[in-house]
Write a protein that binds this ligand. Sequence first.
Ligand code: SF4
Ligand code: SF4
Ligand code: SF4
Length: 209
Amino acid sequence: MAAPEPMRSDGITRRTLCVGGASIAALIAMGSLRYVGHNPLPRPPGGQDESHLVSACIRCERCYEVCPRQVIVPAHIEDGLLGMRTPTFNFDVNYCDFCSEENGGVPLCVLNCPTEALVLPEGATPENTIMGKAVIDQYQCLAFRETGCRYCFDACPYEAIEMRDGRPYIIADKCNGCGACESVCVSLKAGSIAAGATERAVVVKPVEE
Ligand code: SF4
Ligand code: SF4
Ligand code: SF4
């Protein structure tokens, strides 16, 4: 039986580093990260520079593992080949609160990233770290069917949703893409009344989209 691969003190195996290094070398060999087929994605704190994230991330999955809310997931091939397995979000059941409950507001994903692929600039706050922007699909939103639904409004920690005539509207300047609204939206959980619905009525989209 093969001997187990030696683990570095920071928990990363040599193979992981080699795979990551090879990926980065491939990216450099391609000459540019502005490649065909790469789609920007909502990113965890510190991942807002797409080119830096894609080139520095070694796909070690540490950020997924340490996230206490388990909202970080790997990007898939349909998100773009070079960004595959870099960290993005799944807000199905939770949202990013900057680890305010577990680590006093210091993001554990950033602290544990071994390559500084996730790195926050000096003075970064939850308010000025724009991970994405929430967008409401009025055809799927139950409040636009006069149901009185306001789950997203109640969930937003940043007062980035206002209710007008019983309907929610995103205040884009205040939204940081935390995903709290998406995580509680009932448009699919309770059965959307919009035919052909495939996602929730409020979804966090990438900033550049
Ligand atoms: S800041 Fe905390 S809650 Fe947000 S993605 Fe990073 S680890 Fe998860
Ligand atoms: S911890 Fe850093 S290097 Fe590892 S997968 Fe996450 S972003 Fe990439
Ligand atoms: S609108 Fe949604 S994504 Fe934007 S800050 Fe509020 S809860 Fe977070």
